[in-house]
Design a protein around this ligand. Structure first.
Ligand code: FAD
Length: 407
């Protein structure tokens, strides 16, 4: 059995950044990354944007050139799934039957795309958008002539895919179970703006609609909704969230329910085992200490750095400002803070001009900013969120006054 000072499970954003940050901190021990994906670490955000659009080839979405990992003496074990963690023996078991020992384990396994759970969901032409293989299969359908797409899920990934598919000339219908787009992450102003934009671009948006079943022999040919309507299609894209990949950790006894629970330094309840990124449930200061999981590059990166510091003997609490972005058509959305629990919003600018911001307040204090084609508000708004600034709504709405002057 081989053993390493640090074993990292997952070669996505969190895993890759953990290895990078460890070396940056001066960690000289052995590092081994084990990943299910057969490709070296690559960025996920372009998968529903430039990569799907054909605007960026795979080489340009790699987190580092392949040689980097060898240069930094970070071992890459690709195409390998960890199926079991033995926390007492401090080893992980791989699907291949191999066992790998660890001094410290960093679990950065993200999540698996949630699959549609209805009759017909096994048919060919039903796609998730989580990793390169998913998107390559979707692109193969496009090359094969698929033109009519149903996107299930009106969250960021579904909407980004819808925008690209429209740009490629496809017919697109978006099905969202709730009564507005982006229901989990955005306020109503933003939901309405994105619904208007997508409709303007020719997307058929169906709200409060649920998928009953998928039709087809071997390949999907239609989506049947709960109102009985059938939408004919050549392919389906499901963007309905993820299920945290934490099975082996929970089976090993780690505390967790929605993901795996971690401390302020991203330590799990198992000795010498950390967890970071999409799968890590943590108390977030920007959510008033509520235990949440965040699915963003920022969170994966900053948690990776937190763990690297802790391993290098300089533990610091994870308290980074959450931020996120999404690109759809020519719209660049940038968000800072977490809007959950807001009790008021301020619209700053006119959505009709396609450049505006929404500021979220709780108890009169700024807790989040969503900036649409308005990078200045995003940059300056971050400071207001960090300070939880208390500012009159009338002033926040005044586009003549820069946000930075309000602190
Ligand atoms: P991941 O990057 O998903 O990496 C997890 C890795 O672990 C995967 O490679 C997986 O194969 C591997 N793995 C899982 N289980 C095992 C196992 N048992 N054994 C071995 N390996 C395993 N965020 C933004 O901030 N902005 C965006 O615009 C944005 N767009 C996105 C678009 C798409 C299409 C997707 C899928 C995500 C997007 N995100 C975006 C979210 C962001 O990419 C994730 O939050 C981030 O990748 C999380 O990093 P992670 O390391 O936790 O997980």
């Amino acid at each position: 059995m081989t053993a390493f000072d640090v074993v990292i499970v997952g070669t996505g954003h969190g895993g890759a950044q953990a290895a990078i940050a460890l070396r940056q901190c001066g960690f000289e021990g052995s590092i081994q990354m084990i990943g299910r994906d057969s490709q070296p670490p690559y960025e996920r955000p372009p998968l529903s944007k430039e990569y799907l659009a054909g605007d960026k080839p795979f080489e340009r979405i790699m987190i580092r050139p392949e040689q980097f990992w060898a240069d930094k003496q970070v071992g890459l074990s690709l195409g390998q799934s960890v199926t079991r963690v033995d926390a007492e023996a401090r080893e992980v078991h791989l699907a291949s039957g191999e066992r790998v020992g660890y001094g410290r384990l960093i679990w950065a396994a993200g999540g698996d795309a949630r699959r549609l759970d209805c009759p017909g969901s096994h048919l060919d032409g039903v796609h998730a958008v989580r990793d390169k293989r998913d998107v390559d299969a979707l692109m193969a359908d496009l090359e094969g002539g698929a033109k009519r797409f149903v996107v299930v899920g009106g969250g960021y990934i579904g909407l980004e895919a819808a925008a690209v598919l429209r740009k490629l000339g496809c017919e697109v219908t978006v099905i969202e179970a709730m009564d507005r787009l982006l229901p989990r992450v955005a306020g109503e102003d933003l939901s309405t703006f994105f619904a208007d934009e997508h409709r303007r671009q020719g997307v058929d948006i169906r709200l409060s609609a649920k998928v009953e079943r998928l039709e087809g022999q071997d390949r999907v040919t239609g989506v049947v909704l709960d109102n009985g309507e059938t939408i004919a299609c050549d392919a389906v894209v499901a963007g309905i969230g993820i299920v945290p990949s934490v099975g082996p950790l929970i089976a090993a006894g780690a505390a967790g329910a929605n993901g795996v629970d971690v401390s302020y330094t991203c330590h799990t309840s198992l000795e010498k085992v950390y967890a970071i990124g999409d799968c890590a449930a943590h108390a977030n200061p920007y959510a008033d200490g509520a235990v949440i999981r965040l699915e963003s590059v920022q969170n994966a990166h900053d948690m990776a750095t937190t763990v690297a510091r802790a391993i290098c003997g300089d533990p610091q609490p994870y308290d980074a400002l959450p931020w996120f972005w999404s690109n759809q058509y020519d719209i660049k959305l940038q968000t800072a803070g977490l809007s959950m629990g807001h009790d008021a919003t301020v619209l700053r600018g006119d959505p009709a001009e396609r450049s505006f911001s929404v500021i979220y307040l709780k108890d009169g204090r700024v807790i989040a900013v969503d900036a649409v084609n308005k990078t200045k508000d995003y940059v300056q708004g971050r400071k207001l969120v960090e300070a939880r600034a208390e500012i009159e709504p009338e002033l926040l709405a005044d586009t003549e006054t820069p946000l930075k002057e309000m602190l």
